[in-house]
Design a protein around this ligand. Structure first.
Ligand code: NAG
Ligand code: NAG
Ligand code: NAG
Ligand code: NAG
Ligand code: NAG
Length: 658
């Protein structure tokens, strides 16, 4: 039926392609045979499946849900696939829902020919322990090989460093002409694990046993190895039933729904090549039909593929409305860009545009004694104290966001000034400076510089309010993306305000999570999915908020060096050991900021640490939303208002039983 819509040149193209295939294509792929273990060998089977059929097609990878990659959205980002399709095909409720550990997940991806091998290219950011072998075998579970990684990346095996982005060619394949002619539409890349054998794998996917053997150029007596891939030829899309069934209880072999298979049965599948020789006329026609179909499929695939694949710099395509946001991505590293005219025009409507002279006068020409820190100065404008921040180049992102946000827990921008390629932003003045300074740089001998328990809870509550507003009530909603204690400012009453929106991002409703290749942020506050995949969702702020809670509790910095240790410790990584296991109470007491002495309710501190632990969960899907955080914090806040430091004796007993 597809044929009727194909025009003649395309038909001719397929005839040519098919003929070419018949002459030169191998009918099968070569199984790896455990050669992927030795990274110094370069057997062609380890580099990928050779291009011996159509140049591109849709294919299926498999992946076993594991700790860091447990929800469709995370698996999709690791494998350059589409999260919706992963949830749909595997019957997972939502993109963020967890798949049970170690369960097989079907991952539809486009597969195409490159450098003589079929592959689905993705990129991956190395962590400090990674080697090519670990990336291929452990992270990608054998979907790639160290040999293929070495062949496709310019970096030597010894030159790998954390943060380096490598190309990862994943092993997929397209059906050969011969397979297509026998009804095979897709090849699924199955990850062999302990205890597997070919008949079980074939049964599981309702595939013909002989066809599986043949597709991998193995015989019934061949050995297969864990952490290698086996191609499974499929006539129809795989379904969730095939992955949900545990391998130990495979579905009964060849049930009633596979009569066509039985008809052309094992006798013919053993001699498929004969068919090609005999029925060449009929075969050609069938092949053309199938080729046209596949082409149609691939063509449609290609047009839609652009969005989900991480290699495409997506984030700013989706923020279509505002051309000026697109400058943000490289603002920090690139040369200063000019301030966009539109953004200035729209900002003028609600903000004061200051004359440079006025700012100079307010800050004694940006004199040293007016400097608060970095390029932020204190000044008095029209009788009001103000903070004036000088930024190189374009600050339209921050201006655009702040001009439309009016919330008591977000710093207010009153105006700006453009001068000499710099943008000067004028904010309300936060008299007491940053939370970071209060927590980490206070004078140890001056007890008045230690924030009390009530103040800490109030600050946490304020910050949660501000973030909740950004995530759920601002229009459009924003992700702050740079939350840390030094970006939380305190006013005269020690009430907190969020500041520094230079990295904030709008999140349109119902939009896919953003991806960025341009990971910027502060060590210790960045969520794993952001560091590893550049995934930007509101859960980044939740994570960073968890770290801020831990700073408030402990007075420690987000990364700190323990006495006698050389390596930095990440504050968020310690929370588990603080509130669980033996003597949780003692450990919590040791964790709490020593400057608080005993002046805090231990059970509320415990509740706060528990909340922080939820916020810094590795899987973004299991972190609470900011609204949920706010609800929990409000409870802690209310109990804190009731608490009086004279109840100390009671409060320490209340934690009993934990
Ligand atoms: C998801 O799957 C459907 C059906 O197979 C396909 O048409 C669509 O292109 C896929 N979407 C993406 C974004 O890959
Ligand atoms: C995959 O990446 C490599 C290296 O960047 C490139 O040469 C190749 O063309 C890419 N393949 C595909 C299918 O995009
Ligand atoms: C490959 O990865 C698996 C886990 O996915 C691990 O059990 C196995 O030991 C690894 N192989 C080697 C040789 O390290
Ligand atoms: C590895 O790094 C060294 C020193 O930086 C350099 O001389 C060498 O060429 C690099 N090797 C590869 C294969 O990139
Ligand atoms: C299949 O395997 C045999 C040996 O196991 C080998 O000689 C032959 O070249 C392989 N065929 C293909 C098409 O790779």
């Amino acid at each position: 039926m597809a044929m009727t819509t194909r025009s003649d040149p395309q038909l001719a193209f397929f005839l040519a392609l098919v003929l070419l295939c018949l002459v030169s294509c191998n009918a099968q792929q070569q199984y790896e045979n455990n050669r992927q273990l030795d990274c110094t060998t370069t057997d062609s089977s380890t580099l990928g499946y050779t291009c011996n059929g159509v140049r591109s097609c849709s294919s299926y990878l498999t992946f076993r849900s594991q700790i860091a990659y447990q929800s469709p959205v995370l698996i999709a980002y690791l494998l350059g696939a589409d999260a919706d399709n992963i949830s749909r095909i595997n019957g997972v409720a939502t993109e963020f829902a967890n798949v049970p550990n170690d369960q097989l997940v079907l991952v539809p991806v486009p597969c195409s020919c490159s450098g003589g091998y079929y592959q689905h290219n993705v990129s991956y950011t190395l962590t400090s322990r990674d080697t090519y072998f670990i990336v291929a075998n452990d992270t990608y579970q054998g979907l790639s090989t160290c040999q293929a990684l070495i062949a496709q990346n310019p970096y030597g095996s010894l030159n790998l460093t954390a943060g380096l982005r490598v190309d990862v060619p994943l092993r997929c394949a397209c059906p050969t002409a011969e397979q297509t002619s026998s009804g095979i539409k897709y090849l699924l890349t199955y990850l062999i694990t302990w205890g597997d054998d070919v008949p079980t794998i074939a049964d599981r996917f309702h595939a013909d046993y002989q066809a599986v053997l043949h597709a991998n150029n193995i015989s019934s007596s061949s050995t297969i190895y864990p952490f290698t891939t086996l191609l499974v030829p499929l006539e129809t899309e795989p379904t969730k039933d095939e992955v949900a069934s545990s391998p130990s209880a495979p579905p009964p072999p060849q049930t009633a729904d596979t009569p066509p298979n039985d008809g052309s049965g094992s006798s013919s599948s053993g001699h498929k090549w004969v068919f090609v020789g005999v029925g060449i006329g009929v075969g050609l026609l069938a092949l053309c039909c199938a080729g046209g179909l596949i082409w149609l499929l691939c063509y449609r695939q290609r047009r839609r593929r652009r969005i989900p694949v991480p290699d495409v710099p997506v984030p700013f395509k989706t923020a279509e409305s505002s051309a000026n946001y697109s400058e943000l991505s490289d603002k920090r590293s690139g040369p200063p860009t000019s301030v966009s005219v539109q953004s200035v025009r729209s900002a003028i409507e609600s903000l004061t545009v200051y004359e440079f002279r006025a700012l100079e006068a307010a800050t004694a020409a940006f004199g040293e004694d007016h400097r608060i820190m970095g390029s932020v100065y204190r000044g008095v404008i029209n009788g009001d104290a103000a903070a004036i921040k000088r930024l190189k180049g374009d600050a339209s992102n921050e201006i655009n966001i702040l001009k439309q946000i009016n919330h008591s827990n977000v710093i207010r921008l009153s105006g700006f000034c453009l001068h000499d390629g710099n943008t000067y932003l004028v904010y309300e003045f936060a008299e007491k400076g940053s939370l970071g300074d209060w927590l980490h740089h206070h004078n140890k001998n001056d007890s008045s510089s230690c924030l009390g328990w009530k103040e800490r809870v109030q600050i946490a509550h304020d910050v949660a309010h501000g973030l909740n507003y950004l995530h759920d009530y601002a229009s459009p909603p924003y992700v702050h993306q740079n939350l840390k204690s030094s970006n939380i400012l305190l006013d005269g009453e020690l009430r907190a305000k969020l500041a520094n929106f230079g990295l904030a991002r709008p999140m349109e409703d119902g939009e896919r999570p953003h991806l960025t290749r341009h990971v910027v942020g502060t060590q210790g506050y960045m969520a794993p999915e952001y560091l590893e995949h550049g995934l930007v969702t509101p859960k980044l702020d939740v994570f960073a908020f968890g770290v801020v809670l831990l700073e408030l509790l402990s007075g420690k910095e987000a990364t700190f060096t323990e006495e006698g240790e050389k390596q930095d410790t990440l504050l968020w990584a310690c929370v588990g050991s603080v509130i669980s296991g033996e003597d949780a109470r003692g450990r919590l007491m040791a964790f709490v900021d020593p400057c608080l002495g005993r002046q805090y309710p231990l059970e509320l501190a415990h509740a706060m640490a528990e909340l922080a632990m939820l916020c810094v969960a590795r899987d973004p899907g299991s972190r609470p939303s900011m609204t949920e955080v706010l609800v929990s914090l409000s409870a802690i806040h209310d109990s804190t208002l009731d608490w009086d430091s004279s109840d100390l004796a009671d409060s320490s007993s209340m934690i009993h039983g934990r």
